[in-house]
Design a protein around this ligand. Structure first.
Ligand code: ATP
Length: 241
């Protein structure tokens, strides 16, 4: 469904942040992208979704294809319309707007009010918590609720693949469980996922395949189960004991 081959990214024309990254996400698959801070995980997601442009970066080599079509160098709005959304790190909700207003922004591409209502209903069905919170101001939600809101806003665009960056960051363990339970449900409904996580344990529980990055390169890949079991991987790359 998604294929990267030898992708390179340059920031400010001088910093080579990705040095030939190749990876794949199969249809309906769930892939974890792991590695230490600064390894290039967020850059990989930004290169795929096209937001790299707004950070003075560009894909300077390689190919990125989504469902067989090249998408590298396309702007992020075009990529969203193609069915690929990017939930960025940091839960960027519009804090003074209500939950529902935040969701409506995610559905800005709809041409009719009926289509918007239908998409909202689908999001509320997938994430009932958001239906309960619909009139609440987003800035006052808990971290976990804000994470659910940004996921809800992303699925307003009716994607087939979601890139999600550090969904567990700063959340209490119970909230991490809830957010991953939600991702699991979305997967079962057919959404493919590419998850960047520092929390390797939860990421490898939901994923079926994993890639480990170091200094702008993939240094290891394998079935999630194998990665979980491999002692060296656990110690050196994943920080598990
Ligand atoms: P983290 O988990 O800390 O976000 P990461 O694995 O996602 O780490 P990236 O954020 O992709 O890593 O960063 C990869 C490299 O690119 C780092 O060396 C970083 O300093 C550099 N980098 C990231 N964004 C920019 C930018 N806008 N301009 C210049 N260099 C950048």
């Amino acid at each position: 469904m998604l294929a990267l081959s030898n992708v390179e990214v340059l920031y400010a024309e001088v910093i080579l942040a990705l040095k030939g990254v190749s990876m794949q996400v199969p249809q309906r698959g769930c892939v974890a992208l792991l590695g230490a801070n600064g390894a290039g995980k967020s850059t990989t997601l930004k290169a795929i979704s096209g937001v790299i442009d707004s950070e003075d970066g560009r894909v300077s080599g390689g190919l990125i294809a989504f469902e067989g079509q090249p998408i590298h160098g396309q702007d992020s709005a075009t990529v969203v319309r193609a069915g690929l959304v990017h939930v960025m790190e940091g839960r960027r909700v519009l804090p003074h707007m209500t939950v529902e207003q935040n969701l409506i922004i995610g559905g800005h591409m709809f041409k009719s009010a009926a289509a918007m209502r239908q998409a909202l209903a689908a999001v509320y069905q997938a994430i009932p918590r958001l239906a309960d919170l619909r009139r609440r101001v987003a800035g006052y939600l808990s971290g976990g609720e804000q994470q659910m809101l940004v996921i809800g806003r992303a699925i307003m665009a009716e994607p087939r693949l979601m890139l999600i960056d550090e969904p567990s960051l700063g959340l209490a363990p119970r909230m991490i469980e809830e957010v991953f339970a939600l991702l699991h449900r979305l997967r079962e409904q057919g959404l493919a996922l590419l998850i960047v996580e520092q929390n390797t344990r939860v990421a490898l529980e939901i994923a079926d395949y994993g890639y480990v990055m170091e200094s702008g390169r993939i240094v290891l890949e394998g079935d999630a189960q194998e990665l979980r079991a491999n002692e060296d991987v656990r110690e050196f790359y994943l920080g598990l004991d």
